[in-house]
Write a protein that binds this ligand. Structure first.
Ligand code: ADP
Ligand code: MG
Length: 270
């Protein structure tokens, strides 16, 4: 039985879809079977980041409704044979999901894959609730800014009260990703420090990802940045994927800029 991880944030545009694609591929490159599912009904982004937009024929709602079977709808990654993708429906009707249908789909996927990663829509409405409903764990993505953290806090509140695991008296695991960190701005006090974010949210940190222009270029090319060994964000995704696969990988301090590091070293030798 695989683990189901919902990637959530509350606020839109913080990097959930990017994280889903990169962690899915990073986990697959670690030799684990992984499926990434786009729960953002009405919008499609995950297919583009994975470079699979032309391969979509059937989507997850058609599978839920019995119009296609899961094998027909699963799309294999062009990069790793361990990674599969299930597309979101393009319907404008966001109420197409129901708890029973979602549960059946997720149960099927859990039997086939080691990791089932669900990319949540923005907000905390019904699409979000269906994404967290049958999750064993959640990755909460935030940017180091107050509005993102406030919305993440709300999303965590809903996760802790409405997911099936919690209803059964169990706990949903929660892991935080702080995304788009600019070291210079943290040093100058313009950007929140990760310690402060952790104080507010009080959940376990699984990784920090620097701001990196390479992320946008990679996404536009349909080649997730985790494939780029030189990219600092790609390296961060590789580390987080390793941690999710159970490896012990030290947390890197991406909040020190090159000049800040130089000053610290200079301070030691003064
Ligand atoms: N670490 C990063 N550095 C630079 N840009 C990023 C980073 N992470 C995400 N982005 C960009 O931010 C935008 C929103 O990301 P996306 O994953 O679509 O967010 P969400 O799914 O939460 O709405 C995209 O243009 C993406 O390329
Ligand atoms: Mg998204």
């Amino acid at each position: 039985m695989g683990i189901v991880i919902a990637v959530i944030s509350g606020k839109g545009g913080v990097g959930k879809t990017t994280a889903t694609a990169n962690l899915g591929l990073g986990i697959a490159l670690n030799g684990k079977k992984c499926v990434v599912v786009d729960f953002d009904i009405g919008q499609r982004n995950l297919d583009m980041i994975l470079g699979l937009e032309n391969r979509v024929v059937y989507d997850m709602v058609q599978v839920m409704d019995g119009d296609a079977n899961i094998k027909q709808a699963l799309i294999k990654s062009k990069v790793s044979p361990n990674l599969y993708f299930l597309a979101a429906s393009q319907t404008k009707d966001k109420s197409v999901l129901s708890s029973n249908k979602v549960e059946k789909l997720i149960t099927d996927l859990k039997e086939k894959f080691d990791f089932v990663i669900l990319d949540s829509p923005a907000g905390i409405e019904s699409g979000f609730e269906h994404t967290i409903e049958f999750a064993d764990a959640a990755i909460i993505v935030v940017n180091p800014e107050v509005s993102s953290i406030r919305d993440a806090d709300r999303a965590i509140g809903i996760l802790d009260s409405k997911s099936a695991k919690v209803k059964n008296g169990e706990e949903v695991l929660k892991w935080l990703i702080i995304n788009r960190i600019v070291a210079d701005m943290v040093e100058s006090g313009e950007m929140l420090k990760s310690e402060d974010i952790l104080d507010i949210l009080d959940i376990k940190l699984i990784g920090k990802i620097p701001e990196d222009k390479g992320v946008i270029d990679a996404s536009n090319q349909g080649k997730p940045v985790v494939l780029d060994k030189k990219s600092i964000a790609g390296q961060a995704y590789t580390r987080i994927s390793g941690r999710l696969c159970g490896q012990k990988i030290d947390m890197q301090n991406v909040e020190i800029s090159d000049s800040g590091l130089f000053k610290r070293i200079a301070g030691i030798f003064r």
